[in-house]
Design a protein around this ligand. Structure first.
Ligand code: ZN
Ligand code: ZN
Ligand code: FE
Length: 739
């Protein structure tokens, strides 16, 4: 007994619901240690007793062999008196106390489950809901914490004896895997026509659904976080039909492929992109299309050279692909602009004119989520939508602040975040808060987070914009509310992610954000630290003719810019884009400045340039102009346009006159992007500070690649948070956190 000692470990991070306790049990048993492991409010407590060498070996294994989904953020160790336990045991959670452990995102099927799914001798062969502790649903099925079967939508399904044995055996991969089930005891699939007629069930439903897709039907399938609309991605008439029924003229559709090889037939992937697409997160990755003839319909992503690709991520998707002939369109089932639909009754009501058949199952999706979307810049990720597989996302911050803080985000691509117990937890993507369904989801998200974390905020933070739905909601709560300027919050979110507290030069370029002076900003150089910011340089402003009308009808922006530069001489050029009558009307709006706010947004400049490059009509989705210009970009051209930067203002308007002379779209697009790089570089060199980038404009991969190649200072952009308005909520919290 003399040589034995006892240690107590306190561990915080992602250590609950990820097989952490059985993992500890396994390694403690391996080294013949006695004691126990227990979940508590903050994470996990381990007490181990044994010989010193064994304790050392245990500690090594503890950090080296973590289960795939586990993450240790913080730990401590203390020596204590021996208790003389005779065994090692997993003790039961103290239920009342587990409310700050993060609710984890849904995960795609793991390798071991996939092998079982394909093994005819396994009892889960072709079982469409197979999962284990290392994979499967979490966020989508949880009603409240602790994450335990009775509090999930698996509650109605009673485990069969075999499943129960696995569930209760600490050495089994499915020990405490809450959604555990098998074909005997799990949920049922059903294939229905959109008027609700049941056609068939289970495996046969998958076979028939595949047949419908193969023969050119538009269907819906309930996936992990909601329904996908699906159709064959190679049949032009079917894709055209889907576009028409969805009233979605040009926004690209994501395409799901059977495997990596199938993606490579259509696209060129870097090593990082291959790894990203195949990772357990299974995001949609935007990749370059192969220039050669393609099987994929050109209507999938008109006029751009990218394709959003992803792989099957649930067992159900994997089995479906065994019966499909081709890659498929798999896009969130929703009405344009609204959140993803996760309930068949809503689907039948809202998409009866779009969908002909749907595959449903009788387990409720409690919390919906979309597919996450990202792209790669070399080996770095640029996150555009944080949802399934990634969110809810939690990370620890260095702050003494003991308050509970809610950040309500911005307006577009809204996501919320909370701060409690030294961690920030960010919600999945909610959407643009400009329809009732999205606004309802926004409120539901806040309620769910309140329930998951027993959370009532001491303080709410939001955007400066007085008319944002999020701002207005916050003002009604009778809780102290603080507003943070939009672009400052963009930069702060990146600073928070990279743990930067020293002053930085923030470059915030995006579409829209409410400025301190009441005008619209979006081309900003901000000197920032965590306390304050100064708008040191910004793009020269212009009139957004007719306000929102300019954002839809982008040639209005070109008109405004050309009139500013050329006066009446601009008319002759503008008559290429407007008929005489509407030009005259627009000019009146311009001269009298009717309903035309001032704007300094770089996002809007992309729109004007896109018009000069031949983009006709209206912008039909956010970022369309940028993607169009990227498709025209010619890397062999290094020229850029002349611009002037004085003490406060970037004077770029004469650039548009130069563009009129260039005429060639690829030349204009290339020189424009090169010019933006020059502007960023020239301003950056005036300050010997770290450069921090954020804002929707930087979703432009070409622009980012050029910047990365040329900036010589320390350079940061968000890698874990969305670079667009989705990341704003974290910046709002970072502003108010006590150091
Ligand atoms: Zn698994
Ligand atoms: Zn079972
Ligand atoms: Fe923004």
């Amino acid at each position: 007994m003399i040589n034995k000692s006892r240690l107590i470990y306190r561990i915080e991070g992602i250590v609950q619901g990820v097989g952490f306790r059985p993992f500890v049990y396994t390694i403690a048993s391996r080294y013949s240690l006695h004691g126990f492991v227990l979940n508590n409010a903050k994470g996990v407590v381990i007490e181990v007793e044994g010989f010193k060498e064994s304790l050392d070996a245990f500690e090594q294994a503890l950090f080296k062999e973590l289960p795939p989904l586990a993450r240790i953020d913080f730990w401590s160790k203390e020596l204590m008196a021996c208790r003389g336990n005779m065994a090692f045991e997993i003790r039961h959670s103290d239920e009342a106390n587990t409310k700050s452990s993060p609710v984890l995102p849904d995960m795609s099927i793991c390798k071991e489950c996939l092998d079982e799914l394909k093994d005819p001798h396994n009892r889960r062969y072709h079982y469409f809901f197979t999962n284990c502790t290392n994979c499967g649903p979490r966020y989508s099925i949880i009603k409240t914490v602790p994450y335990d079967r009775p509090y999930t939508s698996m509650q109605p399904f009673v485990m069969c004896e075999e499943c129960h044995n696995e569930y209760t055996n600490p050495l089994d991969r499915r020990y405490h895997a809450q959604p555990i089930s098998c074909s005997k005891c799990g949920p049922t699939l059903s294939l229905c026509s959109i008027n609700g007629e049941l056609l068939t069930t289970n495996e046969e439903a998958i076979v028939q659904l595949a047949k419908l897709i193969n023969t050119g039907h538009i269907v819906a399938m309930k996936g992990m976080g909601g329904f996908h609309l699906m159709c064959d991605a190679t049949q032009d008439d079917v894709v055209a039909n889907l576009r028409e029924r969805k009233h979605r003229p040009s926004k690209p559709f994501a395409v799901m492929f059977k495997n990596l090889e199938a993606i490579k037939e259509e696209c060129v992937l870097s090593v990082q992109e291959e790894e990203g697409v195949s990772s357990l997160l299974r995001p949609i990755v935007l990749v370059k299309r192969n220039a050669k003839a393609s099987k994929i319909s050109p209507l999938i992503a008109p006029r751009i050279d990218r394709l959003g690709v992803f792989l099957p991520y649930t067992p159900l998707h994997v089995i479906l692909f065994e019966y499909l002939k081709n890659p498929i369109v798999a896009t969130s089932a929703n009405r344009s602009g609204e959140p993803i639909i996760s309930d068949a009754n809503v689907l039948k009501e809202k998409l009866k004119d779009v969908v002909e058949y749907y595959l449903d199952y009788n387990r409720e999706i409690v919390n919906s989520s979309d597919d996450s979307v990202l792209q790669y810049i070399g080996d770095k990720t640029l996150l555009m939508r944080s949802s399934r597989g990634i969110a809810p996302q939690s990370f620890r911050v260095d702050s003494k602040d003991e308050r509970k803080i809610l950040a309500v985000g911005a307006h577009q691509k809204n996501a919320i975040a909370i701060y409690l117990n030294h961690q920030i937890i960010v919600s999945p993507y909610i959407g643009d808060l400009d329809n009732i369904a999205s606004n309802e989801l926004f409120e539901k998200m806040i309620e769910s987070f309140a329930r998951f974390y027993d959370f009532t905020p001491d303080l709410i933070v939001g955007d400066l914009h007085p008319n944002y739905v999020s701002t207005q909601w916050a003002k009604k709560q009778n809780i102290p509310f603080m507003q943070v300027q939009h672009h400052y919050a963009h930069i702060l979110s990146t600073m928070c992610e990279h743990k930067l507290s020293e002053p930085v030069l923030g470059i915030a370029w995006d579409g829209t954000g409410y400025g301190d002076d009441g005008t619209i900003w979006g081309g900003e150089f901000l000197l920032c630290n965590q306390e304050r910011y100064e708008r040191v340089i910004s793009f020269e402003s212009f009139l957004l003719l007719g306000g929102d009308a300019s954002i839809k009808e982008i040639k209005r922006i070109l008109a405004s810019l050309l009139w500013d530069t050329l006066g009446d001489d601009a008319d002759v050029h503008l008559l290429n884009y407007f008929d005489e009558k509407s030009l005259k009307l627009l000019k009146q709006i311009y001269t009298k400045q009717i309903n035309s706010p001032r704007c300094s947004s770089v996002g809007r400049l992309f729109d004007a340039v896109a018009v000069l490059c031949g983009m006709e009509g209206n912008v039909s989705y956010d970022g369309e102009s940028g993607l169009l210009l990227e498709a025209l970009y010619d890397a062999s051209i290094h020229e850029y346009y002349a611009i002037e930067i004085d003490d406060k203002i970037v004077h770029y308007k004469p650039m548009f006159v130069q563009m009129l002379k260039d005429k060639e779209p690829h030349l204009i697009a290339t020189k424009f992007i090169n010019t933006l790089v020059q502007i960023a570089l020239r301003v950056s060199t005036r300050y010997s500070l770290p450069i921090v980038l954020s804002g929707g404009v930087f979703q432009n991969r070409t622009l980012m690649e050029k910047l990365l190649q040329n900036v010589t200072q320390n350079f940061y952009f968000p890698l874990q948070l969305a670079i667009n308005d989705g990341g704003i909520c974290v910046g709002q919290i970072y502003k108010v956190l006590e150091k």
